[in-house]
Design a protein around this ligand. Structure first.
Ligand code: UD1
Ligand code: CA
Length: 473
């Protein structure tokens, strides 16, 4: 469908009073992304960013900053006097800049975040085919309470008489099941011509964009409705945190379904929290209660046990992650084994077949192929070669209170338990560090370093002490 005659307006200036939150409504997140960014992403599939006009007002600077990188225009609605008033600001923008307004306008709500490009395409196509002045996207949800209702000329007719807001419904209209989604197409000239006729004579004392429907009908313009054929969540608004969490769950379940269709086994998918951006290879298994966030990519045939939180993390194939790891900005190569309870912090690289076990923390660490750190270690600013063995309790002392310093450990080196490696330090290939050492000088290849005092044993010391105590009595 040709959408070149369309501009898109996104209404995002409202406060979101019903959220009881200090954050503006359109910056609340579902599916790991702000509501407004979901809507802008859908809009950008239809038209280029320069044909998108985002109307902002409440905490405009924060909203603008969050969406600046999308390249859309921002239009300020300094006082938020209703959705009709938001459209008046758009009209003023075209009047004051001399820019030509687009022939048709697709109007989206910043708080209807799950809207899909295919539905918007269908709406625009219907609008053009019907030669309508206004086309309203509608739905019939299980509970229409709270929404504006669409009154059609007759049940079978696409023609609409009016949109009536919840608070203005007569007792007879209360049972009207078809809701206004807050998404519309307009012939721009028809919309702009009637904006000045809106009144604030309603329950909120606002200028309602919805009232344009009846105004157009009164002027013999064609107003039609298209009922969305997709899942109802696609057109639901997010006015309360509870509604947002409902949409978040719906979105994540859709992501889980997509992944399952691609061969990923997800036990109890309703418990997993997977961002839409996540990619997973076939035959990978996710146990319940796993969070996969941001730019996370997982290869084939991996096993991710419960209570793992992976963010911006790339796993190769055949990786095993035992329960309760927190892994951020990390790359893990094929066949590695992690957890339980590993904490891999940013800029960690785990080589193929490496093993990182319980209570091991890494940060800016390169771990070579087949290297093992099975328990209780801190590896920071560290570069470990292949087949290194890190004993329990090994600490890279990388920070002197002012600067971070590097530790390098060569291939096949063995670090005994409870060693402190004071950086900068280099432990060469195949070297051994004796358990309990504090290592402050480089260790050459093929050497053993002992950094502790020699053990002293005093035979008979215990009984000698007891005897001397008796003599003093
Ligand atoms: C609106 C519709 C209602 C529809 C529902 C669908 C009106 C009068 N009512 O109600 O028929 O069923 O959406 O979700 O339009 N906004 C501005 N400037 C303002 C006021 C609002 O930009 O001055 C923005 C809000 O940020 C929001 C959108 O417009 O993104 C809708 O406003 P909201 O107050 O949520 O309208 P609803 O009461 O949900
Ligand atoms: Ca709303």
């Amino acid at each position: 469908m040709e959408t070149s005659s369309f501009g898109i307006a996104i209404m995002a200036a409202g406060k979101g009073t019903r959220l009881n939150s200090r954050r503006p409504k359109v910056l609340h997140q579902i599916g790991g992304q702000a509501l407004l960014l979901h809507v802008i992403a859908a809009a950008k599939t239809l038209v280029p960013a320069i044909q998108i006009y985002c109307i902002i007002g409440h905490q405009a600077d924060a909203v603008r900053a969050a969406a600046a990188s999308t390249g859309v225009h921002f239009i300020l609605q300094p006082e938020q006097r209703g959705t009709g008033h938001a459209m008046q600001q758009l009209r003023s923008h075209f009047a004051s800049t001399g820019q030509t307004a687009p022939e048709n306008l697709l109007v989206l709500s910043g708080d209807v975040p799950l809207i899909q490009p295919s539905t918007l395409q269908a709406l625009c196509a219907f609008h053009l085919a019907e030669h309508a002045a206004m086309t309203i996207l509608t739905a019939v949800p299980p509970s229409p309470t709270g929404y504006g209702r669409v009154l059609r000329a007759s049940d079978a007719s696409p023609e609409v008489q009016a949109i009536v807001e919840q608070k203005a419904l007569t007792p007879a209209q209360l049972s009207t099941p078809e809701i206004n989604s807050g998404i519309y197409c307009f012939r721009t000239s028809a919309l702009f011509a009637h904006l000045d006729s809106l009144s604030t004579n309603n329950a909120h004392g606002e200028l309602y964009l919805t009232d344009v429907a009846a105004l157009l009908v009164a002027h013999r313009e064609r107003v039609v409705a298209l009922r969305s054929s997709g899942p109802v969540e696609e057109v639901l608004g997010a006015n309360t945190i509870e509604e947002m969490m409902h949409l978040d769950a719906a979105m994540r379940l859709a992501t889980a379904r997509r992944l399952m269709a691609q061969g990923v086994t997800i036990f109890r998918p309703e418990t997993s929290v997977i961002d839409a951006s996540v990619q997973i290879g076939p035959d990978t298994i996710l146990q319940p209660f796993v969070q996969l966030l941001g730019d996370t990519r997982i290869g084939a045939n991996c096993h991710i046990a419960s209570y793992n939180v992976l963010e911006n993390t790339h796993l190769g194939d055949n990786v095993l992650v035992l329960p309760s790891c927190v892994i951020t900005d990390t790359t893990v190569e094929d066949g590695a084994k992690l957890g339980p309870f590993s904490h891999l912090r940013p800029a960690t690289h785990i080589g193929p077949e490496a093993q990182i076990g319980s209570f091991v923390e890494t940060k800016s660490a390169w771990i070579g192929a087949g290297t093992k750190a099975h328990h209780l270690a801190y590896l920071g600013n560290a570069t470990l070669g292949a087949n290194v063995n890190i004993g329990a309790g090994t600490i890279t002392c990388n920070y002197d209170g002012e600067k971070k310093h590097p530790t390098t450990i060569g291939d096949g080196a063995f670090i005994g338990s409870n060693s402190t490696l004071v950086a900068p330090i280099n432990i060469a290939d195949t070297a051994y560090v004796a358990a309990g050492s504090c290592i402050t000088e480089d260790v050459p290849a093929d050497s053993l370093a002992l950094g502790r005092s020699r053990q002293v044993v005093k035979p008979g010391w215990v009984s000698a002490r007891k005897q001397s105590a008796r003599q003093c009595d």
